[in-house]
Design a protein around this ligand. Structure first.
Ligand code: G3I
Length: 430
């Protein structure tokens, strides 16, 4: 290597604000699903510090609040709403009309259409009314569609027809006119048959004047499989005149986790949160549990897990950093270094490279900045996008090499002109 000019940059270090502050600065919600009984100790501290919205993971479902007909248990739901209010957090009510987690007396009963309609309307009036003025949002109808875009055959659909959805929304509006009313579903993140059915439903509800404020994209995803049409799909719902929320984000992997999977997961989290940030009517993102110790994945998909931004011991994973970055926070580059070297030099020009390497850390995107002290000018770069303004050079990753895994490295190169002398600059990594 010509000149043996090697400089290793001191690692830049940034202490990021909590996710809720980063999100608020962008006008977005950063939420988590929670279990009411766990809202103390470290779990409670993180839930309060990092999130500006809470969704009860189970506590507001019909089976939880009315296990026996006419006998109610609001303890966990109340606890979550009280906790949220004490900590300046919104609450997303979840969920009023669903085919799952209903009480046995309801699912095992035989009901006429009129009775079903009455049961549904009364349930909505009671539960929404109980929290009137205190909840920002309700997932009114949950998971109404099959994968092919046909209506799911449920207690509600079979008894009342597709219009149960309009009825439920109308009842919820009457019970709390201020709450934003959503339809929420999974596998509707990308453009596909199911999301198109949801799109057509929302369009027709809007045309009919049925109260509908938003669409929830659950986003129970698999590492490496963020739909490429996510942002486009968010945008098409926004263009219908409704809000969009990512309501149940988690990104699961085959266990055990390793640094490559966690790095990919971080990139995936960043892509999802970034897609929401990019669309004005995407109001925010809720993760379906913030810690791997409070996730539904291992029970439902044996052998899979590690789907949330914190591990079982409440240590933040690369996914946490990635969410912070997508919300505009700066990345901690501790554990990663940038090494600038001149690989060949001639009378008027030279070829240089910067190698970014990580050990005990990983990056999901990078930017390398330096200042030229002797009039050098970049003329061409590869494997990075470089811009020079005066003496300041800033190079950021190409679309294909933003990830620097733990124990790995990325190198980019450039040609530049020089005269007089060609001192080596100090590179700052960001
Ligand atoms: O509370 C009982 C406990 O007493 C008992 O000992 C234990 C034994 O299995 O079960 C506990 O109930 C479980 C409950 O979660 C609370 O942990 C249920 O078995 C279990 O089925 C239930 O799973 C929930 C699942 O919905 C049910 O479909 C998950 O926690 C919850 O995260 C999940 O959330 C759904 C959303 O509401 C809608 N979208 C999909 C998402 C993931 O399935």
């Amino acid at each position: 290597m010509l000149g043996a000019l090697l400089v290793t940059a001191p690692a830049a270090h940034a202490a990021d604000a909590p996710l809720r502050d980063l999100a608020a600065a962008k006008g977005k919600v950063m939420g988590t699903a929670v279990t009411g009984s766990k809202l103390t100790g470290t779990y409670g501290e993180i839930a309060a510090r990092e999130f500006n919205a809470l969704t009860p993971g189970n506590a507001m479902k019909w089976g939880s609040v009315e296990p026996t007909r006419g006998s109610f248990d609001w303890a966990e739901a109340d606890r979550i709403v009280d906790f949220a209010e004490a900590n300046g957090q919104q609450v997303r009510g979840h969920t009023l009309v669903w085919h799952s987690q209903n009480p046995g007396w309801l699912t095992n009963g035989t009901w006429t259409s009129a009775q079903l309609s009455q049961l549904m309307n009364d349930h909505i009036a009671l539960e929404v009314g109980r929290y009137k003025g205190r909840l920002a949002t309700w997932d009114v109808v949950n998971e109404p569609f099959n994968e092919d875009g046909t209506y799911r055959q449920t207690l509600w659909y079979n008894g009342l027809g597709a219009d149960y959805i309009a009825q439920a929304l109308t009842a919820a509006r009457a019970a709390d006119p201020a709450a934003k009313l959503y339809i929420n579903d999974y596998n509707v993140e990308g453009v596909n048959a199911k999301s198109t059915a949801l799109y057509n439903l929302v369009k027709s509800l809007k045309e009919r004047g049925v109260p509908i404020d938003g669409v929830g994209l659950q986003a129970h995803l698999i590492v490496g499989q963020v739909p490429s049409t996510l942002q486009q799909n968010i945008q098409r719902f926004a263009d219908l005149g409704v809000d969009v929320a990512i309501t149940e984000l988690d990104i699961r992997m085959q266990l055990p986790s390793d640094s490559a999977k966690l790095t990919q997961q971080a990139a995936d989290y960043k892509a999802v949160v970034g897609a929401c940030v990019a669309v004005a009517r995407c109001v925010g993102v809720t993760v379906w549990g913030f810690t791997d110790s409070d996730s539904w994945i291992p029970d439902t998909f044996p052998g899979q897990g590690a789907a949330t931004p914190y591990d079982e011991n409440y240590a933040p994973k690369p996914a946490y950093e990635a969410i912070a970055q997508a919300l505009g926070g700066s990345q901690s580059t501790e554990g990663c270094t940038a090494t600038y070297s001149v690989t060949s030099q001639w009378s008027t020009g030279f070829t240089g490279q910067v190698r970014i390497a990580c050990s005990g850390a990983a990056l999901s995107s990078w930017k390398a900045d330096w200042t030229y002290g002797a009039g050098q000018r970049i003329t061409q770069a590869w494997n990075a996008t470089c811009a020079q303004t005066g003496t300041a050079v800033s190079c950021s990753n190409a679309s294909y090499n933003g990830t620097v895994p733990d124990g790995g490295s990325v190198t980019f190169g450039f040609n530049a002109s020089w005269s007089g002398s060609n001192p080596v600059p100090v590179v700052t990594l960001g």
